[in-house]
Each structure stands twice: as C-alpha cells, then as structure tokens.
Write a new protein. Sequence first.
Length: 739
Amino acid sequence: MKEKELRLALVCYGGISLAVYMHGVTKEIWHLARASRSFHDGTMPDDPVELAYLDLLGAIETGTGTRLRVLADIIAGASAGGINGIFLAEAIATGHSLDPLTDLWLDKADVDALLDPEARAPSRVSKLWASPIAWAFAGRQGNNWDDGLDAKSRDEIYAKLTRFVRSRWFEPPFGGEVFDAMLLDAFAAMKAGPRGPRLLPDEQPLDLFVTVTDFSGHPELLPIHSPPMIVETEHRLTLSFRDAPGSIAQLDQIPGLVFAARATASFPGAFPPFTVAELDRALAAAGQTWPEREAFLARVLPRQTAEGTAETTALIDGSVLANAPFRPAIEALRNRPARREVDRRFVYIDPKPGHNNFRLSGNSETPGFFTTLFGALSDIPRTQPIRDNLEAIAGRSERIARTQRIIEALRPDVETSVEHLFGRTLFLDRPTAARLATWRARAGERAARDAGHSFVAYREIVRSAIAENLYRVTAEQIDVVALHAELAARTDLGHLDLRYRIRRLRFVARRLAVLVDERPTADYESVRKTVYACLARYLERESPHFLGIIEGVDAKARLDVIEARWDLATLDRQTDAAMADAIGACLRTHRRQPLLAYLGFPFYDVATLALLQGEGFDEFDPVTVDRIAAEDATSLSGGASVLKGIQFNGFGAFFSRAYRENDYLWGRLHGAERLVDIVVATLADGALDAGAIARAKCAAFGAILDDEGARLTAIPETIVELRARLASLSGKARTTGLD
C-alpha cells in the first residue's frame, strides 16, 4: 500500500463580515483533517460530514492503492482571515472543536453586539434625522434589498442600520474591548467543549502567521553602500506561532492568541486601534491572567519592547499592507519534515475575488475625490494581485524539480565514491558514534577535494547562508556589515553552520521515505524516528528563544557567544551516537543505504546548494496552488451572487442573522466542493471516475445540510431550495458526474 500526504498551506484573506463565509470554509478543512486522522487511526467518526470524507479516502485507497492523509500544517491569515486562521490552528493543535466559533459568528458578529456601549445613541430620538442617510448611501452602492429573503430580514437590516448611523460619528463605532471579550469567550467555549486528538502527526509542526500593521511604525536598519547603514520605518508585522514536536500541544497562551486576533482585525474606522492596554483591561474584566505577557511582547514586538514602547504601540488591520500573506507561509516550507511522498498545496481562501470594498468607478470617468481616497488607502493595497507570490512558488517548484533530477543522476556516482572511500573499512556495517564522526569528516574532506574550484563558490554560499540565518534567529538587532566581515575572517565555520546539519538530517529522512517505498519489509522505522528526534534538537537552536538576548558585544564576541550556546559539537556527538544505534539495530543487509545517505550528503550538498537557494532538503517536492472562492464552486450555486456579506461594502453580514447564516452555509458547501476537487487532484488523471467524484460531493453536501438544518433557523427557504438542487444532482451523479 502506497502512503501519501496531502499537505495544505492555507492563506486566508481579509473580508470584513465575509469572515462568516470563511469560517464555513475553514470548518470544512477542520472536518476533512479530522476525517483523515480517523482514517489513519482506524477509528470511526460520529460526525456525518466526516463520514462522507472518510468514505472518499476509503474509495481512493480501494480504487488506487494509495493511502492518503490530509494535513493542514501551515496557516497564514490577515484581518477576518487571520481570526479564522487562529481558531483553526488552535483546533488542529489541541483537538478542540470549532463549533463554539460558529456560535460566535452567528450570534455575536452583529452590529448591535459589536457597538461600543459609549457609541450608542443615548435615546430613541437621538439623531433621528440621520436615518435616511443610511438608505441614501445604500442606494449609491447599488445594493438590491429585495433579494429573495423574507420581510423579516429587510426589517432587521433597516432597524440595525438606523441604530448604527445614529451612533457616535467621527470615532470608531465598534468596541475594541467588546471584541476582546467575545474572543475570550469563544476560546473558553472551545476549551470547555469536547476534545479529540491533535490533527497532525507527532513529528509534524504547525505554523501560524498573522499579519498586523504597526500604525506608527518602528525603525529598521538597512545596509547600503553610502552611508553604510540607514534607518527606515517599517509598518508591517507578522506575528508567528508554532506548535512544534515535543511541545505541550499549545500554540500560545490564550491572551496571546486574542492579541493576534484582535490586532489583525482592527479594521480602520470600524474598530479603534488595538493596544496592549486594551487587552489588559479586557483580561481584568474577565478575571483572567497572562503569565507570559512580558515574554510574549518581547517576542512579537522586539523593537518596541527594546525601546519601551510596546505598551503604547497602536496596531491596526493586517490586511492594510498584507492582505494575502503568502510570504511567511512560503518561508515556513523549509521547516517541514517529510516521511513519505508529499503533495504540497497552497490553498488561498478569497471570499470576494474581484470585488472592492468601496466601488472605485463604475465607468471610464475619472474617479472623484472620495473614490480616489478610499481606493488608495483601502482597496488598492488590499486587492493587489498575488502574481509575485505565485511566481515565487512556481520558481521554487521548478528549482526543486531540477534538483531532484540532479540528485538522482548523481546518486550512482556518489554511492560509488562513498563505497570506494570506505570500501576497505571492515566495520562499515557496524557503526559507532566515534566511527561515524571519523567517517563524516573524511567524506566531507573528499567531497571538497572532488569539487575542485567549485568548492570555493560553495564555501561562499555557506558563509552567506550562515550570516542570513544568524540575522534571522538573533532576537535583537545585529550589525550585518560587521557580521559578514567577522565571518569572512574565519577559516572554520563548521561550529556555526547549523543549517548544514538540518539539511543533512532532512536529506536522510527523504532518502528513508524512498527506501520504505522500495523495501516495505525493511525496518527503517526506528531510524526514521531517530532522525526526527535529532532534527528537533537542531531546529530548537534556530529559535531566538534558545539564544536569548546578547547585548553589548562586538561581532566577534557575539559569534563566540552564539557558538558556545549552540554547542553544535556536543550535539553532533549525540546525533552520531543516536544514528549509530538506530542503524545498527537494523538487519545488516539494510544498514548500508541509510549510511550511504548520511555519509554521502556532503557530495550532494556541494552539488545542489546553489540550485536550492536556501530551500534545503526538507519538504523536497514541487508546490501547486489552489483557490477556494464562491466563483470556483458552482455545483449548487451561481458563484458569488449567493453571498450577502458583500453588501454594505463588505459589512452586510453584520446587519442580519439571516445574512450570516446564509454566508456560513455557503462557506461550508463551497469548502466541501473545492476540498473534494483538491483531494482528487492528488491522484493520477482518471484514477476516480466522474461519477465517484460527483457522489462524494453530494454526500458531503447532504451531510452538511443535515448537520446545519436545526441550527440555521433564519434561512429555511434557502435550505429547502438547496435540498431540491441536491436531489437533482444526486440523481445525475448516479450515472455520470457533475458538469
């Protein structure tokens, strides 16, 4: 039986009230991950939607001989997408349910609930004259209020819109602490609910990235020619969280996650800028503490903490400058272990592709003053095409495919070189820690000698890579020019080349995955576990937390401190001992291939490091990109026209429970359809016939409608209509497939 992993790196866009739609999509991703975990563990889920996904995975195994596991291990989000990404990551890391978040969106994502108490009209007659303004504004936006919903929805929207426009003006109407309290309640509800297993393998890390905008900005030093260093103001912030192997299944303490959720969704004009003081007040009101507060602030706001401004830093919506946060997700790929064949997908959730928050211009006329202002400050930055990100992913995939071909072409010669180098060694099949250390050194020397003049270029690439890595993992600002000068003066960089050790172990892990496929009866499991255990100790040293703060020293002394704290020589001895024991425990006829990979790595690294451009031998497979959007899922609907949150410039769902229920349900249905498409796309063309794919979609649709029928009481007509459409599709699926 062939094993394969479908790994999803999710990028969640902002969308204001379309956050409810995105919650429906992310909930389907959660259900699919839970179903995959059950399929892998051999257990039977009790959720009907997960049973539908389980049946799909079973059909794939039966029909193709491939046992597929689906993982969501990288999540990046901005604004409303950031909130949904945070809650999804928490559910994946802890095994808690996402259902409480559904209640948050449906019950609390309402203009009446979000209004700051101090912003409400003091009496029923306050600003009564302002009510017609809302409808005049709605008319200018071209909204159609008679959209098929019942009269109750129209009356509800009218009443809430009237109260909204009569609230305070020229200050944000929504309450920051109100939102903080809602987020705290949602996390508490998740914690109080049922809990299952972590939805990733034990060795698989989960990375979460949330974009935030530092309104005032913070200074960043940039090296140029003249003057050698300049200061620029940086406004972009990316808050990163990680649930790593060996941790206690926790991305962060709940206040830290609330910090990120509230900050990334601080939509300008609707919410006040977020500050730490606001969260402190909300925690005090809720009777909660934040034991790791100072450490958290030092990690996510290091410059501001060093300057003593972290407490007053004003943070606003993350989508202002980074609405599609692909970059941190791409960078996280180099920290992924691979134990079997991997199909890596970047899946971005765009709730309203092609739709602006503010109508820029409906014709060829020159835009007016306010249209230009709103477009420049809001829509244009948020809707900038992602071509650069897609080209970066495509370029990475091409480099990896090219390097794979080179490695396979090199393998016979490299293995022959290693065999000749140690061919007369009587104990090659009986490794010890001391022998491995000696053999590694000899292999490295031989690889350098065989490389000839090209080794000079390799050494310079390594030197630059070390400098880049040190700059990245050092918590405080570092003088880049002095760092490069000191590294150039050193002849031996081995004690600082952490990335080389990481590349070596990931290369061995990759080779073991291939060997398992080639030799299913060989016992390489203990070697694989040893590789990942050793890798975790090296990866731990890449964290700024490991190095801590290094203050008041020049570049040479700084490097000496880093070298001492990392102590890679000791860790190398421990790794050699662990690898010797694990390989020695295999049958003698199975020991040589892992040894050839471990000892032969210097030859491959010299030949391919320049091609990889820092990617490394980690998740060593090309990447493809998929989108989940209303326009892409048309089996039951006509695309984005079914969404209600698009109205009122993206705030529509805040004015109606029926709108929220509508968008949430469509999010689940669209998510289910696209996820089936993405799962099937991992197989060879024609592996599943169109009828089987159509039946899988219909099974998921039916389970979702059954699951939500009792909860969604404000849209009975929609559910009836969807059931009728599904009945027609199901009949068609029995003979052919969905068009």
